[in-house]
Write a protein that binds this ligand. Structure first.
Ligand code: NAD
Length: 382
C-alpha cells in the first residue's frame, strides 16, 4: 500500500491547505494510506480529529511525515532540506514555479526524486479537473474585484434613490483569461459597467457573453499557442496597446490587470504617466504584481498609493477565500492521483508514456522529463 502525505503549508499568510477530510475519505476508500500533518486545516477551522475520523493518520513530527511518504502533496514547493528526509523514490507534487527554480529542479533530478509541477498540467479537456492554475486563477478573479470594491470609495451598482442617482462604477479588465473572465463576471454581478481587452481575439465573444464590452485594438498579428496561452507582443505592439487603452484607463474607477505570458515575465501595460491622469481615489489591481507586474509602481505583496490612485499588488489572491481555494486545489490533486490509480497494484503508477506526465512531470528517477525545462537546463550546462 502506498502512502500519500499532505503537509501543512509553511509560507507566511498562507491560509489554504492541500487536503480536506472529504479527500482523505476518497483516498482511503481507494486503498491508500493517508497521512496529514497535525494542524493542516487549522486556518480553515478544520481540526485534526476531523481528518482522523475519516481515516487519516495525523502526524505531529514533520520529519517522520516525510520519511513515510510515497507521494508528498502541498501547495507551495518544499525545501530541499525537508525532501532529503524522504525516500529517493518519493514523488512530490505542488506548484513548483519551475522556470524560476532551475537550481531546485537540478537538485531534484540529481537526488532521484520525482517532482510534478501543478503549473504544467496540460490545458486539455481531459485535464480540466486537475487544472489547479485555472481553479486558483478563477478565485483570484473574484478576490481582485472584492479587494477593489473595498478600496474604492464608491459603490459598484447604479442606484436611483431619493437622495440622488448614483452612476455605476466603471471597471476595465485587461487580460480576459481564466482570472479576467471571473473578474468580469463578478464585477457585472455587482452592477458595474465593465469593459475588457485581451490580445487573443477569440475571447471577445466570451467577454460579450458576460454582458461586458470588448475594447477593439488593432495590433496586427497576435494569437495564441496550442495550449491557449497568449503569444508575447513585440515592443511596438505593446506601445500601440498602451496608447490605445489609455483613454479607457483614465475613464475607469477600477482597472484590473491579469495579463500573463506563460513561463515569462508579464508585460508592463500601464505606465505612471497614464496613472497620473486617472481620477484620484481610483483603484488598480495588479494580479501579476508578484511576478513583475503589469503596472509601473506596483509593489509585490503591498497596496501603495500613487498620485491618489491605490495600486493593489498583494498577490496570493485565492488564499483570501481559503476554504474554497483549498477545496478546489485538493480536488485537483485528488483527480490527478486517481487518473494514475492502478487497481491491481493499489497505488498510483506514473506511466511516462502518458501525455500528462510527459508535460507535468519535471524530474523522475534522475531524468529531466518536461521538454521545455530539459531544454533550459541543457542550455545552461552548455
Ligand atoms: P494566462 O494567465 O497566461 O493569461 C491571462 C490572460 O492575459 C490571457 O487571456 C492572455 O491572452 C492575456 N494577455 C497576455 N498578454 C496580454 C496583453 N498584452 N494585453 C492583454 N491581455 C494579455 O492565461 P490563462 O487565463 O491561464 O488561460 C488562457 C487561456 O487558456 C484561456 O482563456 C483558455 O482559452 C485556455 N485554457 C484552456 C483550458 C483547458 O482547455 N482545459 C484550461 C485553462 C485555460
Amino acid at each position: 500500500m502506498s502512502t500519500v502525505v499532505f503537509v501543512k503549508e509553511q509560507v507566511d499568510n498562507e491560509k489554504r491547505c492541500s487536503c480536506l477530510p472529504s479527500n482523505v475519505k476518497a483516498f482511503v476508500k481507494l486503498g491508500m494510506n493517508v497521512c496529514v500533518e497535525s494542524g493542516i486545516g487549522e486556518k480553515l477551522h478544520i481540526s485534526d480529529a476531523e481528518y482522523a475520523e475519516v481515516g487519516a493518520k495525523v502526524e505531529t513530527d514533520r520529519a517522520r511525515l516525510f520519511n513515510d511518504a510515497d507521494f508528498i502533496l502541498s501547495i507551495h514547493p518544499l525545501m530541499k532540506e525537508e525532501l532529503e528526509l524522504s525516500k529517493t523514490s518519493a514523488c512530490c507534487i505542488s506548484f513548483l514555479d519551475p522556470f524560476n527554480a532551475l537550481d531546485h529542479i537540478t537538485w531534484l533530478q540529481k537526488s532521484g526524486r520525482s517532482a510534478l509541477s501543478m503549473e504544467l498540467i496540460p490545458r486539455s479537456s481531459r485535464c480540466q479537473k486537475m487544472d489547479a492554475l485555472s481553479s486558483q486563477a478563477s478565485l483570484a478573479g473574484y478576490v481582485m474585484v472584492a479587494q477593489a470594491m473595498f478600496a474604492l470609495p464608491k459603490v459598484f451598482p447604479m442606484m436611483m434613490t431619493p437622495s440622488g442617482t448614483i452612476k455605476p462604477t466603471k471597471v476595465f479588465v485587461i487580460g480576459a483569461g481564466v482570472a479576467g473572465l471571473q473578474a468580469i463576471a463578478t464585477a457585472k454581478r455587482l452592477g458595474a459597467s465593465v469593459i475588457a481587452y485581451d490580445t487573443r481575439e477569440t475571447v471577445a465573444e466570451q467577454v460579450r457573453s458576460l454582458g461586458a464590452k470588448f475594447l477593439e485594438i488593432d495590433l496586427g498579428e497576435t494569437g495564441q499557442n496550442e495550449q491557449g496561452y497568449a503569444n508575447a507582443l513585440s515592443q511596438q505592439q505593446i506601445e500601440l496597446q498602451q496608447k490605445a487603452q489609455a483613454d479607457c484607463i483614465k475613464d475607469a474607477d477600477v482597472v484590473i490587470t491579469t495579463a500573463q505570458l506563460f513561463g515569462r515575465k508579464p508585460p508592463l501595460l500601464i505606465k505612471k504617466d497614464v496613472i497620473r491622469q486617472m481620477r484620484a481615489g481610483s483603484v488598480i489591481v495588479d494580479m501579476a504584481a508578484e511576478s513583475g507586474g503589469n503596472v509601473e509602481g506596483t509593489v509585490a505583496g503591498e497596496n501603495v498609493v500613487y498620485e491618489g490612485v491605490t495600486i493593489i499588488g498583494m498577490g496570493n489572491w485565492s488564499s483570501n477565500v481559503a476554504f474554497h481555494a483549498s477545496q478546489m486545489y485538493a480536488n485537483n490533486l485528488q483527480a490527478l492521483l486517481m487518473e494514475f490509480w492502478n487497481e491491481e497494484e493499489k497505488r498510483p503508477v506514473l506511466d511516462l508514456s502518458d501525455e500528462i506526465l510527459q508535460t507535468a512531470l519535471i524530474t523522475h528517477k534522475g531524468q529531466l522529463i518536461n521538454p521545455s525545462i530539459k531544454a533550459l537546463l541543457t542550455q545552461e550546462c552548455n
